[in-house]
Design a protein around this ligand. Structure first.
Ligand SMILES: *[C@@H]1O[C@H](CO)[C@@H](O)[C@H](O)[C@H]1NC(C)=O
Length: 433
């Protein structure tokens, strides 16, 4: 215990000099796949051989990540969530995977995942037990950090069940310091904000940024559009508090993408994808990659949307306003043209009244886009219909979009430089229309 307190002192001192965790990881929102939402804690491999949390499942998904093109598109983590370990530690306190479900051990599985060009993630809990009741890390931080480093783990989600919501912060900080000392860069995904918010405690975002590469802000996602809507609402209601803290190396995490499962229609799938992309969210899929339909797969592999999510500035977007029950969400991205950012803008319908619903918006008043003397308007690219030609909208003009019930439209608004043939600004031909 003394050792822990000493380490914590050093950690706090060392972290005082930097503003964020600098382990070189998660410079862009992490992308990959994760077991929890689709496969939960299924452990009966006799009854559910294709779904139980096991070496076979992870290998099957790793193979599909490559063969279905997800790795090429940027999804490179394959993460096991809860329910992988034995119910007891061994005599030395070391945690082992369940031997029936992981017959060759975790190092073997990590090697397999790495051999595919993918990264390997695992799950633990800061408290005495994981949420599903498996052994937690408490009192075993050093042993587990060493074990994970030996297995060559690349990502760890550390949950917050069976722990005190206030005290867990210093435990997370301590664990981060211990993991750092292993010398293996491991992406650190924390959960303490979600547990603190449940108890109406405002998380200390400065400590979060110094400690974690990403963190779950709020409730677990479930397989329904209403769950996506609730999380979306949390992010708009609280955006002035949480949005400023997201950025390269440290991200807010609204939880996994549920596209490809049972709960979302095609339109609702577009809605989750667009909002998560505006939020600069980690794009972690939790589905069975073997049964994702071609239309949904096309959404998940949409390179232009992925490029928005992965924009190098890493600025989380914001909810702007609601016009006739269509929410407008907006995120600044590159390129910047004459001091004006490009923006990704989503129109997210909360309407269920039958027909597609059209709204007409002003660029400046309704969308809050900037115009200056060098910018004559915006070229608008449809991110869900990437084969469509962009439309030009004048600075003082309006843009009309028609959104399907419960769905979303998503666009990239690129500033267009005024034609300056006789002007003083100078212009690159590529920017003029
Ligand atoms: C440990 O922390 C230092 C200081 O922030 C950092 O430079 C280094 O990359 C970290 N190492 C690992 C393995 O995370």
């Amino acid at each position: 215990m003394k050792g822990h307190i000493l380490l914590l002192g050093i950690a706090v001192f060392a972290l005082g000099v930097v503003s964020a965790l600098e382990n070189g990881l998660a410079r862009k929102p992490p992308m990959g796949w994760m077991t929890w939402q689709r496969f939960r804690c299924i452990t009966d491999c006799n009854k559910y051989p294709d779904e139980c949390i096991s070496e076979a499942l992870i290998k099957r998904m790793a193979d599909l990540m490559v063969s279905e093109g997800y790795l090429d598109a940027g999804y490179d983590y394959v993460n096991i969530d809860d329910c992988w370990s034995m119910m007891e530690r061994d005599a030395d306190g070391v945690l082992w995977p369940n031997p029936e479900r992981f017959p060759n051990g975790m190092k073997h599985l990590a090697d397999y995942v790495h051999s595919k060009g993918l990264k390997f993630g695992i799950y633990q809990d800061i408290g005495t037990n994981t949420c599903a009741g498996y052994p937690g890390m408490r009192d075993f931080y050093e042993i587990d950090a060493k074990t994970f480093a030996e297995w060559e783990v690349d990502f760890i989600k550390v949950d917050g069940c069976y722990a005190d919501a206030v005290k867990m912060v210093e435990d997370y900080v301590l664990l981060g310091e211990i993991m750092n000392k292993t010398g293996r860069p491991i992406l650190y995904s924390c959960s303490w904000p979600a547990y603190q918010e449940e108890e109406d405690i405002i998380p200390d975002y400065e400590t979060l940024k110094k400690t974690c590469n990403m963190w779950r802000n709020w409730d677990d996602i479930e397989d329904s559009h209403s769950s996506v809507e609730r999380i979306t609402k949390y992010f708009s209601d609280n955006q002035y508090r949480i949005q400023p803290h997201s950025g390269p190396g440290h991200w807010n995490d609204p939880d996994t993408l549920i596209l490809g499962n049972y709960g979302l229609s095609y339109e609702q799938s577009k809605s989750q994808l667009a909002v998560w992309t505006v939020l600069a969210a980690p794009l972690l899929l939790s589905n069975d990659l073997a049964t994702v339909t071609p239309e949904i797969k096309e959404l998940l592999l949409n390179r232009e949307i992925i490029a928005v999510d992965q924009d190098p500035m890493g600025i989380q977007g914001r909810y702007v306003q609601t016009i006739r029950n269509i929410e407008i969400w907006k995120r600044p991205i590159l390129p910047k043209v004459k001091e004006v950012y490009t923006h990704a803008i989503a129109f997210v319908s909360r309407r269920a009244d039958g027909a597609p619903y059209a709204i007409e918006v002003n660029l400046v008043e309704d969308l809050g886009l900037r115009i200056n003397s060098s910018i004559k308007g915006y070229k608008v690219y449809d991110l869900f219909q990437t084969d469509r030609k962009p439309v030009f909208v004048r600075a003082n003009g309006t843009f009309e979009t028609r959104v399907n019930p419960t769905g979303a439209n998503f666009y990239r608004f690129v500033p267009v430089v005024r034609n300056t043939r006789y002007g003083k600004h100078g212009s690159s031909a590529g920017n003029s229309v």
